[in-house]
Design a protein around this ligand. Structure first.
Ligand code: MRU
Length: 328
């Protein structure tokens, strides 16, 4: 498989006896598939970040439940195991709930297709938004964090998909890619995707973002989200909050691009969003370490939230849609 073949099926798919994922831990050096022969193995793959990114883990979990159904397994146990594999991205539970009453391969594949279509719609919505900014400063230099591309969404991408659509429209000239400590989703995965797409980019250390903004080298920041509260507070990969603070200081638009499957109607503020604590060994095996994997950016630092339904602005309580069901 070559990088140019990053199709939805190459990222995650359901086969007769397994859920197969492109193992994101091995990228960019090796393109290796991981076969998960049970829902438990899918949950392990999600926990270990073999597959990661909020929409992508939702799709993988839906396939995991469909696999459990094919194998005649206890579906409630499979649901609980998959739902608890990672705590912050609400897409995981949303996707499981979408397929729970009918966990057939067709239903899970339909959910995967819809999530990828949503990415393309978000891209179109973001282009209209970025065109306003590009009227002042084209082509734009945009900064992004973590990986929100095809790998993170099961195909195409949310924030990175929007950057891709905007680049194709001639609006983007350069992408600053934050490394994203500690697991380097930016330096390993976003860089790999942008290189394959031929989009000009530079990897920066996370700490360089503020001074680039101060120097006038950043026209907009685009990130994804793992869960969005009804007031517009956004949980995303740790480091996002600091970027939003710096962007506000320099009056740089800060856009969050995420499908409605990332909206959590049961969280009224970011304070209700569980933040995953990961193994300190991901940071240091020699010294004590503290490893929160996500942070919450308050809504007042978010210029817009772009979903497949449109571009939403404060007050988010009234502007955000409800999560859109795959089967209504
Ligand atoms: O820990 P990860 O790599 O799963 O974290 C992913 C992120 O924080 C992404 O920015 C988020 O899921 C949005 S992906 C479209």
């Amino acid at each position: 498989m070559g990088r140019r073949d990053l199709t939805p099926e190459s990222i995650v798919r359901l086969e007769a006896d397994a859920v197969v994922v492109l193992d994101q831990r091995r990228l960019p050096d090796e393109e290796v598939e991981l076969r998960c022969a049970s829902a438990a193995e899918v949950a392990d793959a999600i926990r270990a970040l073999a597959i990661r990114g909020a929409p992508a883990i939702g799709v993988a979990a839906a396939y995991g439940l469909a696999l459990a159904a094919q194998q005649g397994k206890d579906l409630d146990a499979a649901y609980d195991m998959l739902a608890s594999s990672r705590p912050t991205a609400v897409n995981l539970r949303w996707a499981l709930d979408e397929v729970r009453d009918d966990p057939t391969p067709a239903r899970a594949r339909g959910l995967h297709e819809v999530e990828v279509e949503r990415c393309r719609s978000m891209g179109q919505n973001a282009v209209a938004l970025l065109a306003e900014r590009a009227a002042q400063a084209a082509p734009l230099h945009v900064l992004t964090h973590c990986n929100t591309g095809a790998l993170a969404t099961g195909g195409y991408g949310s924030a990175l998909g929007a950057i891709r659509t905007a680049w194709e429209a001639g609006l983007v000239g350069h992408v600053w890619v934050g490394e994203t400590r500690p697991l380097l989703q930016g330096a390993r995965l976003t860089a790999w995707e942008l290189e394959a797409l031929g989009i000009p980019f530079s990897v920066i250390v996370d700490g360089a973002a503020g001074s680039l903004m101060a120097a006038g080298d950043v026209d907009a920041v685009l990130t994804g989200a793992d869960r969005i509260a009804t007031n517009g507070d956004v949980a995303n990969k740790v480091g996002t909050y600091g970027l939003a603070v710096a962007a506000a200081r320099h009056e740089i638009p800060f856009h969050v691009v995420a499908p409605t499957s990332t909206l959590d109607p049961s969280a009224s503020t970011g304070g209700h969003i569980p933040i995953e604590e990961r193994d300190p060994a991901e940071i240091s095996t020699r010294f004590p370490a503290h490893n929160p994997a996500f942070d919450v950016t308050p809504a007042d630092l978010v210029s817009t939230i772009v979903t497949e339904e449109g571009v939403h602005r404060a007050p988010y309580e009234s502007s955000l849609p409800s999560p859109v069901r795959v089967v209504s």
